[in-house]
Every structure is written in C-alpha cells, then in structure tokens.
Design a protein around this ligand. Structure first.
Ligand SMILES: Nc1ncnc2c1ncn2[C@@H]1O[C@H](COP(=O)(O)OP(=O)(O)OP(=O)(O)O)[C@@H](O)[C@H]1O
Ligand SMILES: [Mg+2]
Length: 317
C-alpha cells in the first residue's frame, strides 16, 4: 500500500531538479527542471529524439541519471527509491500482459502481486477506462486502444499520485486518441491525480494538457499554461474566409484595435488579431460592404508558430 501522503496540495507531486543524462560526452537530457502539481495533466512535448523517453525512464528509475534528482511526493528517487516509486503508476512503451488471459484475469494477477488492491478497486479502475464490456475477453483479442486502456487501469490499481504515460496515443486512430484524451481528463479529475504524458504532437497536447513543457535536444525550451483564460483585453487570432480578401483587408485596416496578421490571397483568408468584442463589428462592417463571409475560425497558428520557433524549426506537429 502507498505510504500516507505527507505533502499538502501546494507542494509539487513531482519535482525535477536539474535532471541530466550524459552518455559519453553527449547530454541526452540536460539539466531539466520542472514541477507538477496535484491534478495537473502535464505534457512533455518534443520532436523525435528530444529526450522524452529518457526523461521518463529516469523518473521511474529504469535508468540512472548522471546528475540531478527527481523528488516524488517529497521522496528522492535516488535515495528513497521504494517510497518515491510507490506514488507512481507508469506505462513505458507498451504495457505487457498475458495475452491468453482475459483482461480481468490480468488485473487479478497484478492484484495477487500487489498488496492492498481490492476487488472493488479493480471494478473502479475498469469503469474509469471504460473497459467493463471487454473484461472477459482475452487480451490477445484486444485492439491497441483497449490494450492501452487496460495498461492505464493496471497502472491506477495502486492509487498512484502520478500517472506517467510515454506517448499513449501512438498508433491510435483519431477516435482512439479522442477517447484516450477523455479518459485521461476524467482520471485526473475523478482520482485527483497528476498525469505526465509525452508526445511529439502539439495539437494533441493542446487538447489534453493543462500545461506543456517543451524540450528539444534534451534541453528545456519553454513551458506554457494552456488553461489560461483568454482575457477580455487579450487579442485572439481569427481567419475569415471571404470572397474578396483585398477589399476585406481595406475594411479591416480601418477598424481600430484589429491588426491584419497576413492575408493569404490564394486561400481567400484574411487573418486578424483582435480582441473578442471587436469580432461582431468586423463582421457587420464587412457585411455593409457586401463582402461575403464563408467562414470564421479561431486560428491557433500563432501558438504553433511559437512552438516551431522555440524548437528551432524542427517539426513537432
Ligand atoms: N542508450 C542510449 N545510448 C546512446 N544514445 C541514446 C540512448 N538512449 C537514447 N539515446 C539518444 O538520446 C536521444 C533521446 O532519445 P529518447 O528516446 O529519449 O527521445 P524521445 O524524445 O523519446 O524520442 P521519440 O519521440 O522518438 O520517442 C536520441 O538522440 C537517442 O538516439
Ligand atoms: Mg520516446
């Protein structure tokens, strides 16, 4: 069973302190420091080879770090390994199961090896990941998404404070990715736990995480709070698809507070950066000028451009 959680909610569940992995003369992970607090879903985002898996492997003690430390619920993974690791549930690469056994028997098998996991708990985690109807099926007949979810169910059995998943949506189809996202968000709120999830896809991280930490070549690049409410005064970026982008630009140019970001004439898109409350005004004025508006979409282009800038132009999405 887990030791009693001794920290209060203000203290981080996970604290990375200058975590470094050097192999030969190369720093694969270079002085990485960040904290994860209770209930947060944090994304570790970086292109292939950025050091995500290596970072996760160090957090769970699968490989030793060259320098630094990882503190989990106040326990050092270096000096208090058993205590620290007892707070973590993780899936690194693919979850391993007995393929010829049913999902239920696999979880029961885990229960036998781990003190304190009740039948009630098995039922709970199965419901959390939506696998009730698949419990009597053999795991070899599971789809990749079902297998991933069974892995998460198993990782949750011991009631960890932190769930760590290395690229959990790899290989899933769009529906599977969406489901995974919903389950993870549900788990974070129902169980009140924190989740660290890695990915090389910005678009996925944006939808799933409350915070994202960007790494590149083992180094911290930046972090972003993705739950930041758009303040009334803050500009947002919208793309307007119009029949005459030239004339639309002239109209937009006269509206105080709206900036033309770019106009991609071949797409007939006019991209504006403006406060939310100016949007009805822009639409009304374009309408007055008989300019047809076919579509208006909030664009995330700015954020994506920023990520590309941070990661030195390497493709991450
Ligand atoms: N045991 C090792 N020996 C030498 N180099 C290694 C070792 N393990 C990882 N690397 C290198 O470290 C870098 C980071 O690898 P890592 O697997 O952590 O990246 P990643 O961000 O998980 O990438 P991916 O998105 O492809 O999973 C890569 O350049 C990799 O080749
Ligand atoms: Mg990896």
């Amino acid at each position: 069973m887990n030791p009693t959680i001794k920290n209060n909610d203000k203290e981080p569940v996970l604290s990375m302190k200058n975590v470094t992995k050097r192999i030969g003369s190369k720093a694969i992970v270079d002085r990485l420091s960040f904290d994860i607090h209770k209930g947060q879903i944090v994304g570790l985002l970086g292109p292939n080879g950025a050091g995500k898996t290596t970072t996760i492997r160090m957090i769970v003690g699968l490989i030793q770090m060259t320098e630094g430390d990882v503190i989990i619920q106040g326990n050092s993974i270096k000096n208090e390994f058993a205590k620290a690791i007892s707070h973590i549930g993780a899936i690194i690469e693919n979850p391993e199961f007995y393929p010829y056994m049913t999902g239920r028997d696999n979880l029961k098998q885990y229960q036998r090896m781990s003190a304190g996991v009740t039948d009630e708990r098995i039922k709970e985690v199965v419901e959390l990941v939506g696998l009730e109807s698949a419990m009597n099926k053999k795991v070899k007949a599971y789809s990749l998404g079902m297998r991933q979810r069974l892995g998460i169910a198993q990782a949750l059995l011991d009631r960890p404070s932190l769930l760590i998943l290395d690229e959990p949506t790899n290989g899933l189809d769009p529906a599977g990715i969406r489901e995974m996202r919903q389950y993870l968000q549900q788990i974070a709120s129902t169980e009140g736990i924190s989740i660290l999830v890695s990915s090389h896809l910005l678009s996925e991280m944006e939808l799933m995480c409350s915070r994202v930490i960007v790494i590149q070549q083992g180094k911290f690049v930046t972090e972003r709070d993705l739950n930041e409410k758009i303040e009334q005064t803050q500009n947002i970026s919208v793309a307007l698809r119009v029949d005459d982008v030239e004339r639309a630009s002239l109209v937009a140019a006269k509206i105080e507070g709206a900036q033309i970001v770019q106009n991609i004439e071949k797409h007939n898109d006019l991209i504006l950066s403006l406060p939310n409350e100016l949007i009805p005004d822009v639409i009304a004025r374009l309408g007055n000028e008989q300019i047809k508006i076919y579509r208006i979409i909030e664009t995330k282009a700015t954020l994506e451009d920023e990520f590309l800038k941070w990661t030195g132009g390497s493709r991450i999405a």
